[in-house]
Design a protein around this ligand. Structure first.
Ligand SMILES: C[S@@+](CC[C@H](N)C(=O)[O-])C[C@H]1O[C@@H](n2cnc3c(N)ncnc32)[C@H](O)[C@@H]1O
Length: 466
């Protein structure tokens, strides 16, 4: 019998152990349980939960027959309240590790669409089963072989239909999965717009060839919601889905149909292309966006600097209120889409295609001592080493930090706190139910409280054209 002590970042319950930790799949901290050790590693061992005489109040039977082999939803053995408690605990650990014990963490805001069918994005891997059969699905938890997930209940039903059609026609047309050396198809990425119901599919392949056009047609014919199918050629050796070229662009080309989807959050229309980042749970994202807008306390004349702005992010939502906003984003196609949306919505936002670190000195000049509200929403790894200081050089009146990683958020907050900034409480959101992941928002105030006269934002220099 073991009693796990705390949650691991991947959703296992961890027993501290004398020499090395034991990670219990399906375990719950504080619940004394029977487990079977399945693998002994050099630094940690892995066990499977078998049963408990006094099950935790939050424990449920995972409502998915692929819970074990797939492993993408490691918290599915908890009810929704238990999952939220677990995710909040992970945020508290991350803060404690950085010495930020005083920062409060609010209760997690539940996903408005619930714990099922909330995902509007699927990422399928093409590969082989244990018996060598071509498969589309998730990477297996035990064997690294592909586990088909045609009935995955966290994705929208229309995306389940895409999963089934793509798997069927992959085999029917003999589109061979890439196995690391030979084969063609690597991944399938599909996004559904909650606003329009349309779906954009991206085939990620080792090279471009005729059969992929036929494959695209077949998927679109089988699923009437599919409005466009695109191809991204990825020759990388590793398992990154989208490869950027030297200009930071993720190149795709259209095999058929539309070039982008329109998604709407808090009344703002975003144009989302085949390889652009956009939130997976739009209903939850809408609550987050609304809170960021409130937290920014944006008003006429206050410049908004939106770093890592994707297809327009907070700059598009706030420029109308303040009269000016600038977004900085590395992905050239996302920037094109943001400019296009600003242009068609007549929004006074401009977008720079740049690494955030490179853009900050020019932005400082451009702001000419006007104190901006800075909003940052970096990728999981958080702010690059030089970015925190670069942001401070803009003398922000406030920073709103949006993050999908408690660990990198805590690490970056510690840098700001070390320079006298105050972190208000952290607000977590259930963007990814059934997993240990969540989205977080926090507001930081400068040592002087951020008081600054409100003047005019910088004059727009860039004529916004798609
Ligand atoms: C988490 S997404 C946020 C997007 C946007 N704020 C939203 O809500 O949809 C992070 C974005 O940062 C971009 N990115 C990653 N590294 C970057 C860098 N060093 N400089 C600029 N943009 C970067 C990615 O392409 C992605 O669009």
């Amino acid at each position: 019998m073991v009693t796990p002590d705390y949650w691991g970042a991947r959703g296992e319950a961890i027993v501290r152990g004398k020499s090395k930790p034991l990670l219990v799949w399906q375990g719950i901290p504080g619940e004394t349980s029977r487990v079977e050790v399945r693998q002994r590693g050099a630094n940690q061992s892995y066990a499977q939960w078998l049963g408990s005489d006094e099950p935790d109040d939050f424990r449920v039977t995972p409502p998915c027959d692929r819970y074990h082999p797939c492993g993408s939803c490691p918290l599915m053995h908890l009810d929704a309240d238990g999952q939220r408690d677990a995710r909040r605990e992970l945020v508290l650990y991350a803060l404690r590790n950085e010495g930020l014990d005083d920062v409060g963490v609010n209760q997690v805001v539940p996903s408005p669409d619930g714990e099922e069918e909330f995902r509007h994005v699927i990422k399928l891997i093409a590969g082989y089963s244990d018996r060598g059969r071509p498969q589309l699905g998730a990477p297996g938890r035990f064997t690294r072989r592909i586990v088909p997930i045609p009935e995955c209940n966290v994705v929208h039903p229309a995306l389940r239909a895409v999963t089934k059609a793509a798997a069927h026609h992959m085999i029917d047309l003999d589109v061979r999965p890439f196995d690391g050396q030979r084969g063609l198809l690597r991944y399938i990425h599909a996004r559904r717009s909650r606003k329009t119901g349309r779906i954009l599919v991206t085939l990620v392949a080792k090279y471009d060839t005729r059969i992929l056009y036929q494959y695209a047609e077949r998927i679109a014919l089988a699923c009437e919601d599919v409005s466009g199918v695109h191809l991204h050629v990825n020759e990388r050796e590793d398992n990154v889905i989208f490869e950027r070229d030297d200009e930071g662009e993720i190149r795709t080309h259209r095999l058929m149909g539309e070039t982008f989807l329109t998604e709407s959050l808090i009344g703002v229309d975003y144009h989302v292309g085949p390889a652009d980042f956009f939130q997976t749970n739009p209903a939850m994202a809408e609550v987050l966006y609304d809170d960021v807008i409130q937290a920014s306390e944006a008003k006429d004349g206050v410049p908004i600097v939106d770093l890592y702005s994707g297809v327009g992010g907070f700059a598009l939502a706030l420029a109308g209120v303040t009269g000016w906003a600038v977004g900085v984003e590395a992905n050239a196609s996302a920037v094109r889409r943001a400019r296009q949306a600003a242009s068609s919505g007549r929004v006074p936002a401009e977008f720079l295609r740049s690494d955030v670190a490179d853009a900050l000195p020019a932005l400082k000049k451009r702001l000419a001592k006007r104190r901006p509200v800075v909003i940052v929403d970096p990728a999981r790894r958080g702010l690059e080493a030089e970015v925190a200081l670069g942001i401070l050089s803009l003398d922000p009146r406030r920073i709103v930090y949006v993050s999908c990683s408690p660990n990198s958020l805590a690490r970056d907050l510690a840098k700001f706190v070390g320079r006298g900034w105050t972190v208000r409480s952290i607000q977590p959101y259930d963007m990814f139910p059934n997993t240990p992941h969540l989205e977080l928002m926090c507001v930081l105030d400068p040592p002087d409280g951020g008081e600054a006269p409100v003047g005019r934002g910088p004059r727009r220099r860039v004529v916004v054209k798609p």
